[in-house]
Design a protein. Structure first.
Length: 108
């Protein structure tokens, strides 16, 4: 994993081509890069992010932010009832209870 200006990339190595290639994974837009060494890979990653930001500026568009902190989820109505009950029992809003539960899940 690599990170630059909040953009996170996943990197893989192609043994046949003898090259590293990466992709930014925390956007819907596509940003890819490659390099033959770690230094070259890092430079290509940073240049690709900068190219993306420049492209957005040229089009007078805001670049996509890596994450807004909001997401929607659809669950079975029975599960919705159960988590709402758990949130109320914990004296938390549904949003706070889900956020706390998810944070616990990714820490462990």
């Amino acid at each position: 994993m690599m990170e630059y200006k909040g953009y996170v990339a996943k990197v893989e190595f192609d043994d046949e081509a003898d090259i590293f290639h990466g992709e930014v994974i925390n956007l819907r837009d596509v940003i890819t890069f490659e390099g033959q060494s770690v230094a070259e890979l890092r430079q290509a990653f940073e240049e690709s992010v900068e190219d993306y930001l420049d492209f957005c500026r040229q089009r007078n568009e805001d670049p996509e932010k890596p994450f807004s902190g909001k997401f929607s989820i659809r669950v079975d109505p029975e599960l919705h009832r159960k988590i709402t009950t758990q949130a109320r029992l914990a004296n938390k809003s549904l949003n706070k209870w889900v956020s706390d539960t998810l944070e616990t899940a990714v820490i462990n």
